[in-house]
Each structure stands twice: as structure tokens, then as C-alpha cells.
Design a protein around this ligand. Structure first.
Ligand SMILES: N[C@@H](CCC(=O)N[C@@H](CS)C(=O)NCC(=O)O)C(=O)O
Length: 216
């Protein structure tokens, strides 16, 4: 059984909960008092992750940290379809890896702005918001071109991958960090699209797709 060291409001923990729901993986969540307790910065937690970050998983004694590393591990081990982390398609895999790296950027800008505004984290808010807008412009244009090819996902496949999953919460919750999505129509269409993935789960501030827009 997998254990997820988890904080309900963390985007990076949400990514793990989302993937485990999509892949139907049974897991136990161990809540970490991220705020206001800063448990992830304590000595006991340093035994689990010396960097003091969540998420961390433990799978039958195997401990792994780093949000995107965990996503790749879970896919390779538990996704028989090979869809979410497409190891058998080198070009698609390369694109997924590239967009996962891009998602580090959206986490360090858009989600940092959210941590600043909601939990009082000490970031230069103007810098992180500007950084998020720069990345969102790139992603919005990219997704617009993808739409023209009839493939509405981040990597060039007709199905979502962990690149979509890793970017989704940073985009979807950006407004909590004072970053409006008004100027990014393709981004908004893509978030609606992602909400219809079977197994999609919500977290505070993220709502399911509107039934009115669901296909008949
Ligand atoms: N790339 C890192 C980032 C994870 C991350 O930033 N996690 C946040 C919660 S969403 C965190 O633990 N922040 C604590 C801190 O940086 O002080 C990883 O995946 O381990």
C-alpha cells in the first residue's frame, strides 16, 4: 500500500491524489501540518525528505520525493495503458519531459504567488506574478495551436499525459495568487477539458466540470 505524505491545499500533493484516483491506486494519506505547523521543516520530517518539501510517497518501504518524479514512478509502475507517461513513444516522452520541466516554472511562479497570498509565504509577488504571466502566454499560445490540430492536450497526443496533470493545478488555482486567466482563453478551455478526465478529483477552490457543458 502506498502512503502519501499529504497536505490538502498543496498543489503538488493534489497532483499525486489526482493521478492515484485516475489510475485507481489505493493509498493512505498521512496529513502533514504544513501550515501553520511547518511540520515539513521539522527534524522528524527531514528523515523522510531532507529538502523539507511535500509530497513524499512510501511504497512498500521505497521512499520517493519530488512531485514530478513521483508522478513518473507511479505511471511506470501502475499505468498498464502507458498513456500517462508514454515510455514507448520517445518523441512524445520527450515532449512530456519538457512540459514537466515547464511545470516546475509554473509551480515556482503561479503557485508561489498563491502561497504568498493565501499562506503569507515570502515571495516577491510582482516577480512571481510576472513570471507566471510569461509562462501562461507561452502555454496559451501552444494550446491554441494544439486545438487547431484537433489535439487539445499539452503533449502531441490525442490523450492527456502527466504534463497536463502537472500543469493543471498551477493554472487552475492561479487566481488565488492574483493571476487572472481572462487573457488566456485556450488555457481556460483546456482546464475545462481536463476536468472531464475519468477519475478527476477536486480540491478546495477547484470545482468539477459544469454538467451543462458535458457532452450528451
Ligand atoms: N519540486 C519540489 C517542489 C515541491 C514543493 O514546492 N512543495 C511545496 C508544497 S506544494 C512545499 O513543500 N513547499 C515547502 C517549502 O518550499 O518550504 C518537489 O516536488 O519536491
Amino acid at each position: 500500500m502506498i502512503t502519501l505524505y499529504d497536505y490538502e491545499l498543496s498543489v503538488n500533493c493534489y497532483k499525486q491524489r489526482m493521478l492515484m484516483s485516475i489510475l485507481d491506486i489505493v493509498y493512505e494519506a498521512v496529513p502533514v501540518d504544513f501550515f501553520p505547523g511547518y511540520e515539513h521543516k521539522g527534524e522528524a520530517f527531514a528523515e523522510i525528505n531532507p529538502l523539507g518539501h511535500i509530497p513524499v510517497i512510501e511504497d512498500d518501504g521505497y521512499v520517493l520525493w519530488d512531485a514530478h518524479a513521483i508522478l513518473t514512478y507511479l505511471c511506470v509502475r501502475y499505468d498498464p495503458s502507458g498513456q500517462w507517461y508514454p515510455t514507448s513513444n520517445p518523441q512524445l516522452l520527450g515532449e512530456v519531459a519538457s512540459w514537466l520541466q515547464f511545470a516546475e516554472g509554473t509551480t515556482n511562479t503561479a503557485s508561489a504567488a498563491r502561497l504568498h497570498d493565501t499562506l503569507g509565504y515570502d515571495f516577491d509577488i510582482d516577480v512571481v506574478r510576472a513570471g507566471a504571466h510569461k509562462l501562461f502566454r507561452v502555454l496559451d499560445e501552444h494550446l491554441w495551436f494544439r486545438e487547431q490540430t484537433g489535439r487539445g492536450w499539452v503533449a502531441g497526443a490525442d490523450h492527456p499525459t502527466i504534463a497536463d496533470l502537472a500543469l493543471f493545478p498551477d493554472v487552475m488555482l492561479a487566481e488565488q495568487g492574483g493571476i487572472s486567466l481572462l487573457d488566456y482563453p485556450a488555457l481556460r478551455r483546456w482546464t475545462d477539458h481536463f476536468k472531464r478526465v475519468p477519475g478527476f478529483v477536486v480540491m478546495a477552490g477547484i470545482y468539477p466540470a459544469s454538467p451543462a457543458q458535458s457532452p450528451a
